[in-house]
Ligand binder design. Structure first.
Ligand SMILES: [Zn+2]
Length: 402
């Protein structure tokens, strides 16, 4: 709830944060989409560990594909036995034989997908629209006669004839398929486009029977904005992966999505945001893919401030340049001293070192740092203790020297 003493107060008003007033759910696909990223392959043990972490973090659904290999089948089966709170979805092709494999894992939720754009029908499945529809509906009926909960993904929906897309969604809706996923498989939507496509489907189905997922690819860097626009049009679940990796440029990152939902959409999720940095680190360890240091929320530089005028403001009140406390997402605030330190920065640095200082010395040090031309010379975590020290103790003598 916006408060007038909150530095973000007016931003929340511009954002109209409370407008939608609904909870937007998260499905994490690190174990499915994530593993489709070139070079990424988890061990069975790692998959189980990731599922536990995602469950503890608080995502609503976790997706894994049991059909990829015997290993994946094993992992799916084991994860299903863990008694996690998140739904575990077995992700398979829209084929009865695949659904049988999902059933064999013990899954109660099955997610099937079929490319329904003309290009996917022609080049991938080599069937007509009519044949695709018959196949999809047979599979939907098959899933329902087995008493399973289901999601159907209209792959390449954003490039599908709207008449056919709505027809397929209505059929699934009538069959009581719990969730219909609208993906922007190739990442060609702009937010308004994603809004329009989801709105069209939302207006044409009985929303008490089926809810809508959005699965947006990041080929133009618009995955998260598009997914959020889809939710403004009626979808209520966003697909993510930890750090956002997936096919090609991936999909929305779990960290950015979670924080956007809770901070600027005021969605009432119970997510343990403080796990985000650790989740990112675990994935980076498992995949060997480095997290970019400027990555929002979890990057090492996400809360790094170069000393100078920023630092003075940050020390008085971090809200001057930060939208949240780094520790709420498991990250840490850092300050950097170097050639841009300026007189303020140099003065703080001298104080930190326990040196009595006057303006002249600070100026000399600032000048010296600049002359060194070494870029960033010193980097420090600005934790609570250090902050208090700087703020409360003007002279900042180290205890030992007193
Ligand atoms: Zn995808």
């Amino acid at each position: 709830m916006p408060k007038s003493d909150d530095a973000n107060y007016y931003a929340h008003i511009y954002n109209d944060s409370r407008r939608d007033n609904k909870r937007i759910r998260i499905l994490d696909s690190t174990l499915r989409e994530g593993e489709q990223h070139p070079g990424v392959s988890f061990s069975v043990k790692q998959r189980i560990q990731i599922a536990w972490m995602l469950d503890a973090f608080g995502v609503d659904q976790i997706e894994i594909s049991p059909i990829v290999s015997a290993d994946h089948f094993e992992a799916t089966k084991t994860i299903l036995k863990q008694g996690l709170k998140s739904d575990i979805l077995a992700h398979v092709r829209a084929l009865k034989t695949d659904v049988d494999i999902a059933i064999d894992t013990g899954a109660t939720w099955v997610a099937t997908y079929m490319g329904i754009s003309d290009i996917h029908l022609a080049t991938k499945l080599r069937i007509t629209r009519e044949e695709a529809k018959i196949r999809a509906l047979e599979v939907a009926d098959y899933i329902k006669t087995h008493g399973l909960k289901a999601r159907f993904t209209m792959e390449d929906a954003s490039r599908t004839d709207p008449v056919f897309l709505v027809e397929m969604c209505k059929e699934m809706n009538e069959r009581g398929i719990e969730r219909i996923s609208i993906p922007d498989t190739v990442g060609i939507m702009r937010p308004r486009g994603m809004y329009n496509i989801v709105k069209m489907i939302y207006d044409n189905i009985d929303i008490s029977k089926s809810s809508i997922d959005v699965h947006c690819h990041n080929d133009l860097g618009l995955a998260l904005p598009n997914a959020l626009a889809g939710c403004e049009a009626g979808a209520d679940q966003i697909h993510t992966t930890i750090d956002g990796f997936g096919e090609r440029s991936g999909i929305p990152a779990l960290a950015e999505t979670s924080v956007a939902l809770m901070l600027i959409y005021e969605s009432n999720n119970k997510l343990r945001l403080h796990m985000l940095k650790d989740l990112s680190k675990t994935i980076s360890d498992y995949t060997g893919l480095e997290t970019s240091e400027s990555k929002p929320i979890v990057g090492d530089s996400a809360y790094k401030h170069k000393a100078g005028t920023h630092l003075a403001a940050i020390l008085r009140n971090p809200s001057a340049y930060e939208i949240l406390e780094p520790k709420t997402v498991g990250n840490r605030r850092k300050i950097v001293f170097g050639e841009l330190a300026g007189k303020n920065g140099a003065e703080y640095l001298l104080k930190l070192l326990g040196l009595e200082t006057d303006h002249h010395e600070a100026e000399t040090l600032a000048h010296g740092l600049k002359e060194l031309r070494m870029g960033d010379v010193l980097e420090l975590y600005l934790d609570d203790r250090l902050e208090r020290k700087i703020l409360n103790d003007g002279a900042l003598k180290l205890k030992a020297e007193e």
